[in-house]
Write a protein that binds this ligand. Structure first.
Ligand code: ZN
Length: 141
């Protein structure tokens, strides 16, 4: 994630932001922001309250990411409709991740594994070709 993105996330979503997210691949920044925006809309942070009405954790790596959200029933007002909206926002993120290139945010249907087996990424066709060309260039040296 770029420094400008980190600054924006920290100022717009201070209760949902976690430092680990600064390593989120650039291609997934937009869908991460859409998730936080949706969560903030469903249950906005409470002014003057340090805690968050929602706990958000996103685990990511090796071409995969999954968001986990837990509502804090002690903060904010909760009802069944809001609970369902939270589930839908999380599902949307988890599906979008599976269809989005983690480098350029283009459409992706593949996980690309480098021939050495050490790294894998979710990439679009274009980024996959570039990655492969780079790898071949390196291994020819
Ligand atoms: Zn791409």
């Amino acid at each position: 994630m770029k420094d400008a993105d980190i600054k924006r996330f920290r100022s717009l979503y201070p209760r949902l932001w976690r430092h680990e997210l600064s390593k989120m691949p650039d291609g997934w920044v937009k869908i991460t922001e859409e998730l936080m925006e949706a969560l903030n809309e469903i249950q906005p942070p409470i002014p003057g309250e340090y805690g968050s009405p929602l706990f958000l954790m996103i685990q990511f790596g090796s071409g995969f990411a999954i968001a986990l959200v837990s509502p804090n029933p002690d903060l904010g007002t909760w009802n069944q409709e809001k609970a369902l909206d939270v589930i839908q926002a999380v599902c949307r993120f988890n599906w979008q991740v599976c269809e989005t290139c983690e480098v350029c945010a283009g459409p992706s249907h593949i996980i690309v594994k480098e021939p050495n087996g050490l790294h894998q990424q979710r990439l679009c066709e274009h980024c996959a070709e570039e990655r492969l060309a780079k790898f071949e260039g390196r291994s020819v040296q």
